[in-house]
Ligand binder design. Structure first.
Ligand code: GRF
Length: 212
């Protein structure tokens, strides 16, 4: 049926607070065009798996450790195909996907980055060290960005951004918490709904054309 919601997979590696923001948005009815049908964690001890379990979401672990990246990506692709995934969300996912992989999903992979791209992004900028770099640079404003994933780390087209003030005496931990609460957890559900809605209308248009 064409009014079906887009099938979404969320890829995680850690605490899963961004996954939780998506699950909460779904529960609140704010994800009208997509449904989270799969969570893929890169580690068995990722707390994000507990969040998926509490939300009765299908969750699998595809480990990256002691595995060639091509083998990881082949395993991941097989699962995404089996579940007919239409949109992939990287939420605290600490792995750089290859050019070959991302090119299979043009404008169908989105990522949340804890800074205002093009600042403090690219290879090596993840987690706390993004916020430490912002503090070291003395910026007064930072924030978060949701963007499409392409072959350049944090280089894809920007979808949404939200600014967050840096406050006197901020540590990297305090700044990370403020950016997550005020920006990441707000932006990601909005961006996922926007992209899912656009995917669904494209699918509907192509079906209407076929009917002509
Ligand atoms: C967050 O800072 C997020 O921006 C980054 O990874 C951190 C942890 O995310 N990508 P989560 O709590 O695992 O969603």
């Amino acid at each position: 049926m064409l009014n079906e919601k887009a099938r979404i997979a969320v890829l995680v590696s850690g605490g899963g607070t961004n996954l939780q923001a998506l699950l909460d948005a779904e529960t609140a009815g704010d994800l009208k065009s997509g449904e989270i049908v799969l969570v893929v964690a890169t580690k068995h001890d990722a707390f994000a798996l507990e969040r998926a379990k509490s939300a009765q979401k299908k969750a699998v672990v595809v480990q990256t450790v002691a595995k060639k990246s091509v083998d990881f990506e082949n395993e991941l692709t097989a699962i995404l195909n089996k579940e007919n995934i239409e949109l992939i969300v990287l939420a605290g996912f600490l792995c750089i996907l290859s050019e070959a992989f991302v090119k299979k999903y043009p404008k169908k992979i989105i990522n949340v980055h804890p800074a205002l791209i093009p600042s403090f992004c690219g290879k090596g900028f993840y987690g706390l060290n993004v916020h430490q770099a912002a503090l070291d640079a003395g910026v007064k404003v930072t924030g978060a960005t949701v963007h499409f994933v392409n072959e350049v780390p944090d280089g894809g087209e920007i979808i949404l951004q939200k600014a967050v003030s840096v406050q006197e005496g901020d540590t990297a931990e305090r700044l990370q918490e403020r950016v997550m609460k005020q920006a990441e957890w707000v932006l990601l559900p909005k961006a996922v709904e926007m992209v899912a809605a656009s995917l669904r209308s494209k699918k509907k248009r192509s079906n209407d054309v076929c009917k002509l």
